[in-house]
Design a binder for this molecule. Structure first.
Ligand code: ADP
Length: 445
């Protein structure tokens, strides 16, 4: 096949991995985020808009009323607890609902309201009297397709004539029987089969095509090519909507293949900062010594909650067991858990049922647990070459300005090599990391 269809996620997305470590699975990470998210991620950055036709007026809305939605759809939106459009929705919704139809490429971090936006666009777009498929939406995995389908179903709760079908594995259909559902959501392979092999969908009758999580899509082998194959069968005048949480070059090239004459909307993620974090390091000999230091630290502080990062699953398991023996209530987030199990652990920790969360880096990428006031790097984050992984360090302990909460980060140093890493991190961020004596914790006050 096409080698470009087989792009593996690069190091930046993996945060580095080595022996005994786990690799980031982008699709799992995305699903985990969806499972634990209850509300919008706040973002104070300005939305950037690049119009296909710079001379056409630029519309944005501050309320859902302004969109002149069908009353039953508006009811569905309010029923989900949405009061007003999110940042990205303010611009994206009028564009997606415009007549004549406009194409859109939208990029913003997960949790900013993309899924809700295109679900609304699809529900608004279809003609319920026409009993054939009019909107096609593709997602990277079975689970992600189900999640998005649930949003569509919930939002369309008061639109009984609009029906949704899932083109996912295991959903066996009779060959040639044309689908009556106006919206189909599925994974690229099955959607392609339904259009060509089984002829359940007439691709020529599709008037809105949505490609969700484009960055995850191209990280999954074969999905890019399948998406392009589906896209080729669509009519010229089909409206194309393309979404991604990130936008590296490969995603951009993919977007250009799918979306002609695009309007482009971007919302940059809010930068994380170390400004409100006090950083320390502790000299230790080996893991038992690190453990003792950790217990001293924890015992001396009145901290709300702590998150502890280990390099390997094995270390995380050992530490959890040791802490539990000491009488701490500890939650463990580990790579062998299913995404649903991980979501449940994070929920418990969030609600304060456990005070300490032990995790490997990979498991907790992209999760922000606001109330955590102490982050411990039981093992320092390093890349494949053994150098400081500054990006991961920032992800672990950094905060976005909006929370403004003060926090502590404690790094366990157990060798000259790890001391060198501390120095590298200090240099990189130009922020002092102070030596801490865990038998004398006055510096932390
Ligand atoms: P994304 O697709 O960018 O990850 P979602 O559409 O899944 O974002 O939205 C993230 C969370 O915010 C979801 O829990 C969703 O229900 C909620 N949400 C989306 N739009 C709004 C809105 N306008 N007002 C309030 N909550 C919203």
């Amino acid at each position: 096949g096409d080698i470009n269809g087989n792009i593996m996620p690069g190091k930046a997305e993996n945060g580095g991995w080595g022996e005994g470590e786990e690799r980031v699975n982008l699709a799992e990470q995305s699903l985990l985020n969806k499972l634990i998210r209850r509300s919008l991620v706040r973002n104070r950055n300005q939305v950037e808009v690049l119009q296909a036709d710079p001379n056409s007026p630029l519309y944005s809305v501050k309320t859902f009323e302004e969109l002149r939605l069908k009353p039953e759809l508006l009811k569905g939106v309010y029923n989900m607890g949405f009061n007003r459009p999110s940042r990205i929705q303010e611009n994206a919704l009028p564009m997606m609902l415009a007549q004549p139809p406009q194409n859109l490429i939208a990029q913003s971090q997960s949790g900013t309201g993309k899924t809700a936006a295109f679900s609304l666009a699809m529900l608004s777009h279809v003609n319920p009297d026409n009993k054939w498929t009019q909107c096609l939406c593709i997602a990277p995995t079975y689970e992600l397709a189900l999640q998005t389908g649930q949003v569509i179903e919930q939002m369309g709760k008061f639109c009984p004539d609009v029906k949704l079908a899932y083109a996912i594995r295991g959903n066996r259909m009779e060959r040639g029987a044309k689908l009556q559902e106006q919206i189909v959501i599925g994974t690229p392979g099955t959607v392609h089969d339904w259009c060509t092999k089984y002829k359940l969908i007439d691709p020529k009758k599709i008037t809105m095509f949505v490609l969700d999580e484009a960055d995850v899509m191209i990280a999954t082998q074969g999905h890019r090519d399948q998406s392009i194959r589906i896209h080729r069968q669509l009519p010229m005048n089909c409206q194309m909507l393309f979404f991604s949480a990130t936008f590296e070059d490969s995603v951009w090239r993919f977007a250009e293949q799918i979306v002609p004459e695009p309007n482009i909307i971007r919302l940059k993620r809010e930068e994380e900062t170390l400004d409100t974090i006090k950083q320390f390091y502790v000299n230790c000999k080996e893991k038992e010594d690190k453990f003792t230091a950790l217990c001293n630290l924890y015992g001396a502080l009145t901290i709300a909650q702590a998150m502890i990062f280990c390099r390997t699953r094995k270390m995380a398991a050992w530490l959890t067991e040791s802490l539990t023996k000491e009488g701490h209530q500890v939650a463990l987030l580990s790579g062998e858990m299913t995404v649903e199990q991980r979501a449940a652990v994070i929920e418990r920790f969030r609600s304060g049922k456990e005070k300490v969360l032990v995790t490997t880096n990979v498991c907790s990428r992209g999760i922000d647990v606001e109330q955590v006031s102490l982050v411990v790097n039981f093992d320092l984050p390093v890349d494949l070459d053994g150098n400081a992984d500054n990006e991961t360090y920032l992800h672990r302990i950094g905060r976005t300005g909006r929370f403004g909460r003060r926090g502590f980060a404690v790094n366990m140093v157990d060798s000259q090599h790890s001391m060198d890493i501390i120095k590298q991190i200090e240099m990189h961020f130009d922020r002092k990391i102070i030596k801490l004596d865990t038998s004398n914790l006055e510096e932390m006050e």
